[in-house]
Design a protein around this ligand. Structure first.
Ligand SMILES: [Zn+2]
Length: 349
């Protein structure tokens, strides 16, 4: 009898695993589109057994057991499988359901959903858009303004604490922004009162120390960005963002005017939750008031590293005013900025 039970259980386990594997296999349509894809054996080498069961086999951890359930620290929640940034501490709330819960996600399509009819229920499954890892489920019963509850397994998540370096210092702050061609964005911020320095460079991609050539013609994932250091006594992150939404079109995905490509995407690389929530609030406001004809597609991503661009890209507009691109593309942006922010220009300009 014991033997029979043992063989019954091993049969069941084999069957269950097979069923899950099949389920995964059926979704190859999505899997092939993931930028991070590994075989089960490869995943097993980098994930713990619990992480593999949940992320790859769509299991569920027991409620009230996850180590991030009661985490209240400031920082970013990432996918435990691939590091994709999914939530910030400001989106987390205590739902008393036994799993970490969030009321929104970091924008930019980092999470994908699928209908889940398992266990005789109708649910919306949430997965990491980068590796397809199972995160949990999304419900419409959230208590905050979004009405959403992202119910996530703690083992599906890693947590990155905001380091002291990233914390806002008392009198200066730094922000990294992508708004199409960096020559244009840099030129504008050079004139704003309170801006201490502006540097053109690259951020948000995979390769270290990329060149302009690589960012322009290879699939580096980097965006052309400017890194702005500013005096918080003279200007503010709100003003920096308002200028940003004035001088570029935040509604065109991966393009800016005639410049087309991922490197021209509209993106804010925030360094702390304050920058994130102010940017998100402003975007929500712009959408609500229909300031643009189309919704804002600006990506909000946590800052990781900035690579300064080659010297000839620095102060490009100031040094090349007569160039056709400068006259046709940058000059109108400068004029718009100077008109709308005329009381906020540096006095020595
Ligand atoms: Zn992932």
């Amino acid at each position: 009898m014991k033997q029979l039970l043992v063989s019954f259980f091993s049969f069941s386990i084999v069957f269950v695993l097979h069923a899950c594997a099949q389920k995964n296999h059926q979704s190859t349509r999505v899997e092939t589109g993931f930028s991070v894809s590994r075989t089960d054996d490869e995943w097993k080498k980098i994930l713990s057994k619990e992480q593999f069961d949940v992320l790859r086999l769509k299991g569920t951890e027991r409620p009230y057991t996850g180590k991030l359930l009661n985490n209240k620290e400031k920082g970013i929640y990432t996918c435990a499988g691939c590091g994709n940034e999914l939530f910030t501490d400001e989106m987390k709330f205590d739902s008393h359901c036994g799993w970490p819960s969030f009321d929104s996600e970091i924008s930019g399509g980092k999470i994908i959903t699928a209908k889940d009819y398992s266990l005789g229920m109708h649910r919306i499954e949430i997965m990491c858009a980068k590796c397809g890892g199972h995160l949990g489920h999304l419900f419409d019963d959230g208590p905050t303004i979004t009405g959403k509850r992202y119910c996530v397994n703690s083992v599906s998540l890693s947590f990155q604490k905001f380091s002291d370096v990233q914390k806002k210092s008392a009198s200066t702050d730094t922000i990294t922004l992508g708004g199409g061609c960096f020559w244009c964005v840099e030129a504008v911020y050079e004139k704003l009162d309170g801006v201490i320095s502006v540097e053109s460079g690259y951020s948000g991609g995979k390769s270290a120390n990329p060149t302009y050539q690589e960012v322009s013609y290879e699939n580096t994932g980097h965006a052309e960005v400017v890194q702005i250091v500013f005096d918080t006594q003279k200007t503010s992150i709100e003003e920096i963002f308002k200028v940003f939404f004035t001088v570029h079109d935040p509604t065109t995905l991966n393009m800016q005017g005639n410049d087309v490509g991922e490197q021209y995407r509209s993106v804010i690389f925030y360094r702390n939750t304050q920058q994130y929530s102010i940017a998100k609030g402003l975007i929500d406001q712009l959408n609500k008031q229909k300031v643009y004809d189309r919704p804002v597609v600006t990506e909000l991503s946590p800052f990781s590293v900035f690579y300064k661009a080659e010297n000839y890209h620095q102060d490009y507009y100031a040094l090349n005013k007569t160039q056709p691109y400068c006259r046709m593309v940058i000059q109108p942006k400068m004029e718009k900025f100077e008109k709308l922010f005329k009381d906020r220009l540096k006095k020595n300009n």
